[in-house]
Design a protein around this ligand. Structure first.
Ligand code: GMT
Length: 380
């Protein structure tokens, strides 16, 4: 099949999932065309069936706000026609779904039928999308999509709650590539981070408010009083400076290591003992899945779709949002019991295997087949 993928090119979860999906589809023999304003961060190799089409946005001085959606729509029309795409798969509703639906209508006027699949990732519904100023556009573009998928059942229910959706939403969870995300023997690295054999707690995120990184630090503040430990913070974003200030106020600077944005996150996860994800909302929790694949159990909030991944008392623990005392209690309990920790580490990996890329990607192919049936019959 010839598949167009529209996504954000940045390190955000939706862009990562879209790019990894495109790469996997290309390996499975499809021709994949990425369409975005920058080359996606994870698009680190090309083959003869993997393409990237850049969207250029005009900087004409009249435009206080660059008309990205209009330019994207035009580019979609162009790529669909020139490359003879079979379908467009857009990731993150805003503004990708509405741009795709407009492109579909333009193409329909020229007698070209292009099916649109919209995948909902989280904040496009739970934070940004439910802002009333987006409601009519998001509702219309979802209802006009030929198929809608969401990364968890929780996000599916949120979508029905916040928008009048008349279509079925198919849940296809995030997935993980075990060739990259698996525990690597990195003893020298472990020694460098925990020279005295301290336990290593880790958090990776884009340091946005919704991630509640301050709860990670507060939890660690309690844990470090009982368990010799260090906290590794991976990633960067708007809250980074506030978090640095908090570490200073709590006099934890010696025990907290800020690594900033890191590509080989699997190398870091491989030497860690416990992942902390206290998010306010989280549609799935891809970062937790990456940790679990590297045999790191997870202490998380019970927000959104996280309980569909992290199993309380088996792969980690679930706590109410903001309950740092409970999170710390559970962390101390687990880190203080070597046998239990070992058991949780292997349970985390076993659970992650259920989201193996080879199990999940074919579910998207089934959706593609269902929306292209008529088109392919027409072409035949
Ligand atoms: O984590 C983020 O805030 C980025 C965001 C995105 O859409 O780029 O991630 C969302 O999509 C990921 C991939 O489907 C999910 O694993 C994340 O849980 C989700 N984030 C939130 O819901 C906050």
């Amino acid at each position: 099949m010839k598949i167009g993928i529209v996504c954000y090119p940045t390190y955000g979860g939706s862009g990562v999932v879209a790019t990894e999906l495109g790469k996997a589809l290309a390996l499975r023999g499809h021709q994949v065309h990425f369409i975005s304003y920058k080359q996606p961060a994870r698009l680190d190799f090309f083959t003869n069936n993997l393409f990237y089409h850049e969207v250029y946005v005009s900087s004409y001085p009249l435009f206080d706000y660059p008309p990205y959606e209009t330019t994207l729509t035009s580019r979609l029309v162009d790529v669909v026609k020139f490359e003879k795409l079979d379908l467009l798969h857009v990731h993150y509703a805003i503004p990708h779904a509405s741009a795709a639906i407009f492109a579909k209508q333009i193409l329909a006027a020229e007698g070209i039928h292009i099916p649109i699949i919209t995948t909902l990732h989280g904040t496009d519904i739970t934070l940004v999308g439910k802002d009333a100023s987006f409601t009519p556009v998001v509702t219309y573009s979802l209802n006009q999509s030929d198929a809608i998928t969401s990364v968890s059942d929780s996000l599916k229910q949120d979508t029905y709650k916040h928008f009048k959706i008349t279509k079925d939403i198919k849940v296809i969870p995030n997935f993980i590539d075990f060739e990259r995300f698996s525990k690597k023997p990195r003893e020298h690295f472990k020694k460098a981070l925990s020279s005295q054999g301290e336990k290593l707690l880790v958090h990776t995120s884009n340091f946005r408010k919704v991630k509640r990184v301050e709860d990670v630090v507060k939890t660690f503040g309690i844990v470090s009083k009982k368990i010799p430990s260090k906290l590794i913070l991976v990633g960067d974003g708007p809250e980074r400076q506030n978090i640095e200030m908090l570490c200073r106020e709590m006099q934890l600077c010696d025990q907290i290591i800020f690594l900033g944005k890191q590509d080989p996150v699997e190398e870091i996860l491989s030497v860690c003992d416990l992942f902390i994800m206290p998010s306010e909302t989280e549609s799935f929790g891809l970062a937790a899945l990456e940790a679990m694949a590297c045999e790191v159990p997870v202490i998380s909030s019970n927000a959104g779709g996280i309980p569909e991944l992290n199993i309380d008392g088996e792969t980690g623990y679930l706590c109410n949002v903001g309950d740092v005392k409970h999170m710390a209690e559970k962390a101390i309990y687990l880190l203080g019991n070597e046998d239990l920790l070992k058991q949780f580490k292997s349970a985390a990996k076993k659970r992650a295997l259920e989201f193996h890329i080879d199990r999940i990607v074919p579910q998207y192919e089934v959706v593609y087949a269902s929306v292209t049936q008529n088109t392919i019959a027409e072409h035949a």
